[in-house]
Design a protein around this ligand. Sequence first.
Ligand code: SF4
Ligand code: SF4
Length: 298
Amino acid sequence: MSENTFELPNSSPVEPTRLELEDKIKFQCHKGISCWNECCSRADVSLAPYDIIRMKTHLNIDSSEFLKTYTVPFEIDAHGIPGIKLRTTDDGACLFMKKEGCSIYEDRPTACRYYPSGLLSMRALGASEDERHFLMIKEPHCKGHEEDREITIADYRKEQVVEEFDELNRDWYRIILKKKSTGPTIGAPSDMSLQLFFMASYDIDRFRRFVSSDSFKNMYDISSEELTSFKNNDTELMQFGFKLMKQVLFGELSIKEREGAYDKRTEERKDVLAYRKAVELDEYNRKQEEARKAALDD
Ligand code: SF4
Ligand code: SF4
């Protein structure tokens, strides 16, 4: 296998060739094409953090309401890193699809902008930097491939205004790649870090309330300028969330903790931890006793 090809299951509509920015694709989508809306009637769209900010702002609702109404959860990896997809009707159609096309077109998510190409973020084993390539999806229903237009991936990204999305989501993709590549060494993330990952990635308005809380401010040394910008700017807050995730998941210390905050928090949690340990020990003893009885019965 050459270095710009990859293996895929036989049924996959993804072409097994890695594309670069200067590679050309033959494709055009336009109103009036015979397959208009076919792709959105069978939507399988995963979302990244900046996608959600754009969509919830378009709809003028807060992120929690957006998640509840328009998304379904899935797991990104075996450690249960939470992902979010667009909810569909029972027939698989995207809830934003209208006869005339996408009802949130100017704020549609990254995956819809890329289609029928896709972003292929990867990290080679042992490498510290991620690599960015592209792929091509050819599905029988999509007639755009039969149109007579050639365009480079770079120009297609410009046409679809996807560069801004990639740039703003880039650190988040890196976190996921790092988590996948270091999973077994660092181990399964705790429930608390998964909750933080979910909130900071997808539920930005709830994350804003969390960052403004006294307990957060007592823990981290955040300037009043930063707090003001987090109050008014979803994108700045999202970037701060990425830093916090790196700190919690990988121990990359870029947000200053207040002196003694860690010890104080540990002290405050001591009782809770002791209680948890006692419960776990009880549970362990109970299971041992059950196993012993079952062995005697046999
Ligand atoms: S968000 Fe818009 S472009 Fe994307 S699947 Fe839904 S209707 Fe189609
Ligand atoms: S050409 Fe492809 S992307 Fe465009 S409407 Fe048809 S199925 Fe969708």
